[in-house]
Design a protein. Structure first.
Length: 552
């Protein structure tokens, strides 16, 4: 038999086996379904049942205590105008998830703002930014880019309405600005740094201090996530995965599926992503699109204070630009071209766009399978790096790949603190990936590497629980500067066979493969950080998520 045909047959069999294995663990969970309608007299009404004539239908279940995730799916009806679809989608999400939204806001407000009034500079910046976008939406009514920006703003406005309609406690009412702040939380580290460059007022100093869980001075604390794209040796499978790093106060999670049937030009209607209460973007980030693309990132951060002056409100923040790029892109090249518009210079990441349409299992990996984009204020660089992937894998670990980005963002500066400097190839995770990535032969191998932390026995960790694929800063000695309730807070994996099923496998919480599970009661973490809505013990397994259900 022709070897090429044999490889294709093997790939088909593996896809079938994977499908049986994944889907056979449990029957899909039965979700309560809700629908939403609108009348000029009573406004929006959310009611039980799957009414396909309604503006939108949503399935929602809060399983934080049993699997570490809530699950939300929203499907809109193309018979209604785009703006009504967007507003209804936001309303029904705000209405159904209002308790988790409040818990998320409380945890952020108490921790990052130290339970004080949000600094005036932050409020003014956010208002100017929203004002700029609304102005551009009005001025560019035939541009799909700005039309979709308007739909995102409408969806968020609807979420505020739905939240406040469901919430019966007047002391817990939230505003549009409050939800804007939640959504721009990942961008705020860089925005806050611009204030610190130009102001010495006490409220800004406090903001910088309180936001340090998102952008700590020490370079290890600016790390945010590990990513890996892995091609199997026989070319039969292509895996994509992401492990988020964050403060453990962020472990209130919702896995979401948005299926928006807008008439405005868009390539993707359906998006599956790991998210948070009130957020319209992943913020991790990890997305599976119905265009058969997977989008993920790890944060590079910014070590050059001279670039902060380029960050201005007259831009579109990263959390929103990724939503628009996901919707409008037909492939890696067009994703990068769309994302490049209106660069805010905030939340500066390495983005990976995996186009599974370019992958022929058992045969070839076509050009365009993997694009990588990196951003800093005032500059974006991207390229097709499929040639690197063909050698076996693409790793991502918070150090820029492109030399210009590496240098301009300050990663080449060895003079500030020699203990902070690491070349691209010298990072501990870079070395772990070099050692272990090509030992991945199966889906379970791939899941294991993304949850890996054996810092006591792995010489590459140098005894530091942070120097692993899924970090555990909480396991370092309390006297260490790298001791904190911070680290890998989840992992998400998918593959060619799973993409074909619109399926993502995810695990919530710090890794416990080689280490003990994290508990808020350990070391009195719950007395230091707010954690309402979360379980005490994070000892959860893998969960299978599709656009309509989950199993665990």
């Amino acid at each position: 038999m022709n070897k090429q045909i044999l490889k294709i047959l093997i790939a088909i069999v593996l896809t079938f086996v994977s499908s049986v294995f994944i889907n056979g663990q449990n029957q899909p969970s039965t979700l309560p379904i809700y629908s939403i309608k609108f009348s000029s007299e009573s406004g929006f009404t959310v009611y039980s049942g799957n009414d396909t004539t309604s503006i939108a239908q949503s399935g929602f279940s809060n399983e934080m205590m049993t699997m570490g995730w809530a699950y939300l799916s929203i499907t809109t009806n193309p018979q209604f105008e785009d703006s009504l679809q967007a507003e209804a989608a936001g309303y029904i999400e705000g209405y159904l998830t209002y308790e988790m939204i409040w818990q998320c806001w409380y945890n952020i407000f108490v921790n990052e703002y130290q339970n004080q009034t949000v600094p005036t500079e932050v409020v003014n910046w956010a208002n100017e930014n929203v004002g700029y976008m609304k102005q551009e939406v009005v001025a560019n009514q035939n541009d799909p880019y700005w039309i979709h920006i308007g739909l995102v703003l409408t969806q968020l406005s609807g979420m505020v309405e739905g939240y406040n309609a469901a919430n019966q406690d007047s002391s817990r009412q939230l505003s549009f600005l409050d939800l804007i702040l939640i959504n721009m939380d990942a961008d705020l580290g860089d925005i806050g740094s611009t204030f610190n460059q130009s102001s010495s007022s006490s409220d800004i100093a406090n903001f910088k201090k309180s936001s340090s869980k998102k952008s700590m001075d020490h370079i290890k604390k600016t790390d945010h996530c590990s990513g890996l794209i892995k091609l199997t040796d026989d070319l039969t499978e292509l895996y994509s995965a992401h492990t988020s790093w964050s403060g453990y106060i962020d472990m209130l999670r919702i896995f979401k599926s948005y299926n928006f049937k807008f008439s405005t030009t868009s390539k993707s209607k359906l998006t599956l992503f790991s998210g948070y209460p009130a957020t319209l973007a992943s913020l991790d980030d990890f997305y599976l699109l119905d265009t058969r693309m997977v989008v993920l990132e790890t944060t590079n951060g910014l070590n050059n204070n001279d670039l902060y002056y380029l960050i201005r409100p007259e831009s579109v923040l990263t959390w929103m630009r990724v939503i628009i790029a996901n919707r409008l892109a037909s492939g890696g090249q067009s994703w990068c071209e769309t994302f490049e518009r209106e660069n805010s210079g905030t939340y500066n990441n390495q983005w990976m766009i995996v186009d599974y349409n370019k992958f022929v299992p058992g045969v070839k990996v076509r050009d365009g399978t993997l694009f990588v984009l990196e951003q800093i204020p005032g500059y974006i660089e991207y390229a097709d790096v499929t040639n690197v992937l063909r050698t076996g894998y693409w790793p991502s670990y918070n150090i820029p790949y492109f030399e210009t980005i590496f240098n301009k963002s300050g990663f080449n500066d060895e003079t500030t603190d020699s203990s902070d400097y690491e070349a691209y190839e010298e990072d501990a995770r870079s070395q772990i990936f070099r050692r272990d990535a090509n030992k991945v032969y199966s889906l379970s191998d791939f899941q294991d590497i993304m949850r890996y932390n054996d810092f006591q026995n792995d010489p590459l960790s140098r005894g530091d629980a942070a120097n692993q694929i899924s970090s555990r800063f909480d396991l370092n000695p309390p006297t260490s500067e790298d001791y904190d309730a911070f680290g890998g807070v989840d992992s998400k994996v998918t593959s060619f066979s799973l993409v074909n099923q619109l399926l993502v496998i995810a695990q919530s919480g710090p890794t416990h493969d080689q280490e003990p599970p994290f508990q808020w009661s350990d070391a009195n973490w719950s007395n230091i950080y707010p954690s309402i809505g979360m379980p005490n013990l994070y000892d959860f397994g893998w969960v299978n998520f599709t656009d309509t259900s989950y199993t665990y």
